[in-house]
Each structure stands twice: as C-alpha cells, then as structure tokens.
Unconditional design. Structure first.
Length: 317
C-alpha cells in the first residue's frame, strides 16, 4: 500500500516538478542579481519551497529589514498553508503517525496540497512523499539554474524577466477576484494602499524604521524556514478537526490575496528599465490572468511584452 501510494505520488508530482523548475528559475536569477551567492539562493529554496514567501523574504534581505519583519511577512503571506494543513489533517489516514505528519508538512505547497486533496478517500503520507521527491528537487534545481544563468544573461533579458514573478502573482489573485467580488475588493484595496505607501512622502518612509545596522543572511534564511514550516506543521500535526469559525476561515482566505496584491502593484511598474514597458507587461499579465492562463503562461506573456516594448523603445530613441 505504501509503495503504491509513493509511486502514484511520484507520477502525479512530475508535472509539478517541471512547473516548479520554470518558476524558481526566476527566483534564482533575482536572488543573485540582488547580491546573494548561488549557494545562498539554493539554500533558501531548499529550506522554504514557497514562491511568494521567498520573493518577499528576498526583498526584506535586500532592504536590511529586521528579523521580526521577516518573520511577520512570512507568517502573513504563507497563512494559506495553515488552512491547507488543517484540511490535509482531515484527509490523512487516522493511523498516520506524528512523525509522518511532521515530514509531510514540509511539502505542503499549493500544488501538492491540490493533488492530495483531490485523491478519493483517505491519503497516505507516502503519496505526499512521492510528490515531494519530484517537486522539491524541481524547485531547487530551477533556482540553481536561474542563479547560474543570472550571471550570464544580458541586461535587457534581465529587465524582461524581472516582471515574471509579478505575472505569477497576478495569475494567482485575478481568477479568484474574477469570480468573487469580495476578493476583488480586497485586491483593489491592497493595491491602492500599497500605491499610497509608495507615492505619499511620509508613508514611503514607514519601512525605514525596521532597518538594522548589521544582519546575517543565514539567520534570515533560518527565520524564513522556521516560520514557514511551523505554519505548515502545527495544523497538520496537532489538529484533527476542521476549522468552523467563519471569521478565521475568511481571515486565512483573504489575507494572502491582499499580500500578493500589495506586493505586485505598484512594484511591477518599477521592475524594468522603463515604466512604459513595465506598464505594458502589467496590462498583458492582467489580461492573461483574467483569461485564467497558468502561472507560467502569464509570466511568459508579461516577459515577452516587456522584451518587445523595450526593443521598440530602444530603436525609437
């Protein structure tokens, strides 16, 4: 039974691993561009396995934010894993030991949770192990490839690829916003508030209060990994009951959308060498996300749009 579950997990995890390779490539490229070593970028992916959390953590490292700011950011952005783990706790077999739950918790991602939750009946932790054995190496190797390539790609390619992560964020938040007016309101409000913090002078200085004189990159990574793992592990290991409170369920559901929206806009407008190309990339990503294209497709469309516009602007000068 266990070996069969493991093999099925491996099979179902292959597409996830391939997708992770493409997505984490961007993280590796950006991490090295922001001053991290190849080893440090790979270590972050190996210990976290979370796209939005890693990109947010990278920004905090670059800005020399405090360790508390790092912990709080990871807690808020990765809250969705908490709800997933609560749900997965109901899906796992009742006789599944705590040790297996502790291990499986490390691999609670959107995609692995999705395939686990869609399985008929109860699920063995070995199914998750199989998926993790393919998905996690895909994520780490993608980071490694991106980190190495980041030192080789020309500036115009780096500029075009810099909007990829924002395209993926839009691919996550736009389809639910299209279907749910409450999510749409949260997304729009978060983008507006984020814009205010960017353009209003005294608000744009708020984050400076978090800056510290010295910091250690490995402590940052430890904080990221610890907070992310605890969010995944505690509900899965300690809870056998479903969340029934409407308030808690709503909070856990809406907060990640607000965070991703605030991280996307207006930051995407300043991600490339030209505000014009960034704006075009943003619009293209919005349209593709509205059409409910995949994360990778939306990201590629946005990058292609930026690349084309910047080439046009270059020849127009």
């Amino acid at each position: 039974m266990r070996s069969e579950s493991f093999r099925k997990g491996v099979k179902d995890g292959i597409p996830i691993g391939l997708g992770y390779f493409a997505v984490s490539f961007t993280f590796g490229m950006m991490a090295v561009a922001d001053g991290l070593s190849i080893w440090q970028a790979v270590l972050i992916s190996l210990t976290n396995v979370t796209s939005a959390g890693q990109f947010a953590g990278l920004e905090i490292m670059v800005m020399s934010g405090s360790y508390w700011e790092m912990a709080l950011t990871q807690l808020i952005i990765n809250l969705r894993y908490c709800l997933m783990s609560f749900s997965l706790a109901q899906k796992f077999r009742r006789d599944e030991s705590l040790v297996h739950r502790y291990i499986a918790a490390f691999g609670v991602t959107d995609e692995i949770f999705g395939i686990s939750a869609s399985q008929p009946g109860k699920v063995s932790a070995f199914y998750n192990y199989g998926a993790m054995c393919v998905a996690i190496p895909g994520w780490v190797l993608g980071t490694l490839a991106g980190a190495i390539s980041g030192n080789l790609l020309p500036d115009f390619m780096m500029s075009a690829l810099s909007v990829a992560i924002y395209g993926m964020f839009l691919a996550i938040i736009i389809p639910p916003a299209k279907q749910n007016k409450a999510v749409l309101a949260v997304v729009v409000a978060a983008m507006l508030i984020s814009t205010l913090f960017k353009v209003i002078p005294f608000l744009s200085e708020v984050s400076s209060g978090f800056v510290i004189i010295s910091h250690n990159i490995y402590i940052y990574i430890l904080v990221m990994a610890a907070v992310t793992y605890l969010i995944r592990m505690l509900p899965l290991a300690l809870s056998r009951k479903e969340i029934t409170s409407p308030f808690i369920r709503s909070f856990l559901y809406y907060v990640p959308y607000a965070c991703l929206a605030a991280m996307t806009f207006p930051a995407i407008l300043f991600a490339t060498d030209s505000v014009i190309s960034a704006a075009v990339g943003f619009i293209v990503a919005l349209i593709a996300a509205y059409k409910e294209k995949s994360l990778l497709t939306v990201a590629l469309f946005a990058c292609a749009a930026v690349f084309i516009v910047e080439r046009i602007l270059e020849f127009a000068v």
